[in-house]
Design a binder for this molecule. Sequence first.
Ligand code: ADP
Ligand code: MG
Length: 329
Amino acid sequence: MHEFSLIAKYFARAAPNAVLGVGDDCALVAPTHGHQLAITTDTLVDGVHFFTGTDARKLGHKALAVNLSDLAAMGATPHWATLAITLPAVDSAWLAEFAAGLFALADNFHVSLIGGDTTRGPLSITLTAIGEVPIGQALYRHGAQIGDDVWVSGDLGGPPLAVAERYGKLPEFSAVSQSVREQAHLKLDHPQPRVALGIALRGVAHAAIDVSDGLVQDLHHIVARSSHSQPLAAHITLPSLPLHPACAALRTASPQATWHAALAGGDEYELAFTAPLVARERVTEIAKQTGVACTRIGEIVASAKPQVLVIDASNAPMLVDAGGFNHFT
Ligand code: ADP
Ligand code: MG
């Protein structure tokens, strides 16, 4: 199949919210007055970000979901996306499934695919997502303040345990019921970007990030960026962490694996954010409105250096070996 017929068959769809979608040298979009564009890119590489042979529909979903998660962490409303895809061969069944997964999620959030690039080579998927946020309302990493509560959406630890199970690294996990383990795998393959939550947190959260590399590492980005006038730390209390059911089920058999998954595991696509004390009720309301639980897990304090400190049930600081997931170490 020729490149152009492939694009036409699988990726050229109506783009109602764009001036011009797929087919010309560029797409054209008209930004909304009084808004800024929020632009983010994420790449999924075969064998690095997903297991070789992963279901194409799940990949289509995830490639867009991880980008929408970044927009959510910025408080942006998603509108447009481009897709740069490198394929080893043209496999019609694979492409149809991939496109189905991608467009199902895109339709959910009224995102139009407006362009891209198609090349031959080892399987790799790069999605760029573009959203909008009213001027002055973006949620930065650098806005955390002393006294802020630290919050996290949803729950933690499910996807990293699913990854560990796929690598055959976690024999204890097999004692957890199959349906609960399946929930962890579902969350890994089919993350739900917290778009509505991110938008609702405009003007409420002081700082936000999405948890893609591990809670501790991602919170570290917030405290590091927010330590502009003085060093800040995030103090996180271990017992307050909302655990995914699969993670909670492993707690007695393997506390080590449980806490490591919740604190250092990636692929969560939850939002971690800070908000002032006065916003507690507001955050609780937002959680109800959006149907996404938000749990208070700690606070931002003054510190000798920027750091994330995890405090266990006996009030002792824990050593988290976890920078989280880092491609270059
Ligand atoms: P050019 O050579 O000018 O870069 P291409 O031939 O690569 O254009 O692409 C033709 C049109 O198809 C462009 O509008 C481009 O944005 C779009 N396109 C290419 N690949 C994809 C894809 N995987 N998904 C969506 N649109 C695509
Ligand atoms: Mg091109």
